[in-house]
Design a protein around this ligand. Structure first.
Ligand SMILES: Cc1cc2nc3c(=O)[nH]c(=O)nc-3n(C[C@H](O)[C@H](O)[C@H](O)COP(=O)(O)OP(=O)(O)OC[C@H]3O[C@@H](n4cnc5c(N)ncnc54)[C@H](O)[C@@H]3O)c2cc1C
Length: 426
């Protein structure tokens, strides 16, 4: 597929909303804006400023990404696994600081690694994401320079994040050694941008990646607020996770502090899967130096504080993990790669096994240059159902109707793929 313009990427439904194009544009002609209908970020281009340099398209991870060459180049001495990519070693662990561990997503490994690296002078700052102070429904990527700022940015944000819009700040800051924390699509964009920008490649010394099944659109959070009869204008703070594991969502408005345990019941509805996330085959952040996910394992089901699954892909990241473990900053235990896969069965099924069924029945697809697994017949039925759900959600009348549909019907609707495809295994 030949694409010359970032707007074409967006029109073909291939934009991941990462914000890389905004940062690399030398003319500042691109701005990531929220498309209210879709509930995602898309690029807006001021054609008068654009000088057709094509840097945006060269660093765009949306329409093509050569996984094979990139991962071989980055992690050449690694083992390879078709489901989790290249790796040196796999672990389960958590921060030994109880406050950090309890108040993060799944063990606080990312927050602890960033804080310790900052204290040891390994990094001068970290590109992370917090929710905006004046508008807590909107995420704000920024360069954290202190322990407090890193903590402020902890916990998963289940809404679109244009993380790479802040690469501009990263390139211009006087800080020399920066860590980045992002979802697979963010790291894909950063890796592509690093290929054409030496300064960026030298400054980013470690890429911490989060596992990701998909990022719910803003419309997911909006439905949840409506179901709770909360006025989004009056929201003072939103934390999607925290308070132990798997944790709860905390919403503060002008009057109350509300704790919601079953938030995923609404936010995670198929209506709110961004179309582009259906075409991503990277669940464990295969281009990150270290990847982190929840420990969804039976033996950890009673762990109410939190532990993370960790995949280390570089010697540098492995040494960092070992040294933090020796200095008692983190607790680290080696696990077999089979355990990593067991902890992510549903997510890996979606990203790897049923992936091809979504690509085959849809018009425009990204080029990844990797071999995919063969889906089952029922995966095609599930894929049609997901595409139809997203299509339905594109109508404003349907979105207005959604809050009035009884919860039980919504839950049954979400369970449909599991009901028709019960034997699925990765
Ligand atoms: C959209 C999404 C989908 C996920 N899907 C899965 C999954 O399928 N399986 C699984 O096991 N784990 C998944 N995770 C990862 C999991 O929720 C934890 O982020 C991970 O286990 C790390 O936990 P931690 O305690 O070490 O992170 P913390 O110490 O709490 O730090 C989290 C870090 O991630 C950054 N961050 C949070 N949200 C975002 C975001 N949306 N974009 C960019 N940066 C962000 C924060 O700024 C912070 O630095 C998902 C996370 C997100 C945000």
């Amino acid at each position: 597929m030949i694409i010359n313009n970032i707007l074409e990427v967006s029109k073909k439904g291939l934009c991941v909303g990462c914000g890389t194009c905004e940062s690399v544009c030398p003319k500042n002609s691109i701005k990531m804006v929220i498309n209210k209908k879709k509930g995602i970020y898309l690029p807006n281009i001021n054609q008068k400023l654009c000088n057709d340099c094509e840097l945006c398209i060269k660093s765009c991870p949306g329409y093509e990404l050569d996984f094979n060459s990139l991962s071989s180049e980055l992690f050449n001495k690694c083992n390879t696994n078709q489901l989790i990519g290249k790796f040196l070693d796999t672990f389960i662990g958590y921060s030994t600081n109880m406050h950090i561990r309890y108040n993060s997503s799944s063990g606080g490994m990312i927050t602890q690694i960033l804080i310790s690296s900052l204290e040891l002078g390994i990094i001068d700052g970290a590109l992370v994401t917090r929710m905006k102070k004046g508008n807590p429904l909107i995420p704000e990527p920024f360069i954290a320079k202190t322990k407090e700022e890193i903590i402020e940015a902890s916990k998963s944000k289940y809404c679109p994040v244009p993380l790479n819009s802040a690469l501009n700040e990263l390139m211009t800051t006087k800080l020399k050694k920066i860590a980045v924390v992002g979802l697979p699509c963010h790291i894909h964009g950063i890796r592509k941008a690093e290929k054409i920008n030496n300064k960026l490649r030298k400054k980013i010394i470690i890429h911490l990646g989060i596992f990701c099944i998909y990022t719910p659109t803003f419309n997911g959070t909006k439905l949840l607020l409506k179901k709770l009869s909360l006025n989004e204008e009056k929201i003072k703070n939103i934390e999607y996770r925290g308070k132990g594991w798997p944790g709860s969502m905390k919403i503060i408005d002008h009057k109350h502090e509300i704790i919601v345990n079953e938030y995923w019941k609404f936010i995670g509805l198929n209506f709110f899967i961004p179309f582009r996330c259906l075409k991503c085959c990277d669940g464990t952040n295969e281009l990150a130096d270290i990847s982190f996910g929840d420990a969804w394992l039976p033996e950890y089901s009673n762990d109410k504080i939190g532990s993370s699954i960790i995949i280390s892909r570089t010697k540098f990241s492995l040494e960092l993990l070992y040294s933090l473990n020796e200095n008692n900053k983190i607790n680290l235990n080696e696990i077999d790669v089979g355990k990593v896969i067991e902890s992510q069965r549903g997510m890996l099924y979606f990203k790897k096994k049923s992936f091809e069924s979504r690509i085959k029945i849809s018009r425009n697809s990204p080029e990844y240059n990797i071999k995919h697994l063969n889906p089952y017949l029922m995966d095609y039925v599930t894929s049609i159902y997901i595409y139809l759900s997203i299509y339905l959600a594109s109508f404003s009348i349907f979105r207005k109707l959604l809050p009035h549909i009884p919860d039980k019907i919504l839950v049954l609707y979400k369970l449909f793929p599991t009901l028709i495809n019960r034997k699925k295994r990765i």
